[in-house]
Ligand binder design. Sequence first.
Ligand SMILES: [Zn+2]
Length: 257
Amino acid sequence: MINVSYVPAFEDNYIWLIHKENDPHIVIVDPGDAEPVLAAIATHSYIPVAILITHHHGDHIGGIRRLTQDYDIPVYGPSNEGIGSITHPVREGDCIDIAVLDCTFDVLDVPGHTRGHIAYYSEKSLFCGDTLFTAGCGRLFEGTAAQMYQSLQKIAALPNDTLVYCAHEYTLDNLKFAKVVEPDSAELEQRVQDTLAARKRGQPTVPASLALEKATNPFLRCHLPNVIEAAENFALKRLQSGADTFTVVRHWKDTLD
Ligand SMILES: [Zn+2]
């Protein structure tokens, strides 16, 4: 089994460190900033063995150069986002073998937030950058709503006990919007209470299980009658498909942010 710990960075980013129990080797996911990662390496005597990159935004790649100056390690990342520091471009269908940790990562193409965004899946843990967020999803900077909808459908097809390791602590903000879409959901209210309590204790609310996301994340619920009805009431038109509903719900959230 892999263990995952986190390094907080910037305002609300999480840089994930993947390791195994009693083993100093780590895989670093989306090091937007090298300094806090180097501090964690020094504190825990970690040995970095690889970097995984989900997409090209600065808060995900900003620490690569500094880390690879100190550590001669492979940098895996999307093949079509023009990230110069990537040594091993990967795409859906590729499987990354981290031999020293005896673990592999399957690569998924999940465009939408950016056009070449990828995610990494290993042992029921999903590292999905800014695609699926806890209780929300990434903004559409480069891709279309239809692409993001397909990407989220792909993620939704993973096992329900998959843990979703997104790259930001956005849960509480996202839940506020989720409550606008589904004001009567008891599961949503419970998640709000749980999230408030965790944040009060200073704990992260990431990862969350895919099951919890399916129960409370409006962007994974665009096929359900009450979400379709709420989106129709916002858009003032009939919606024909899950993709149409997703497009409206994503736009709806953008109007409130
Ligand atoms: Zn991003």
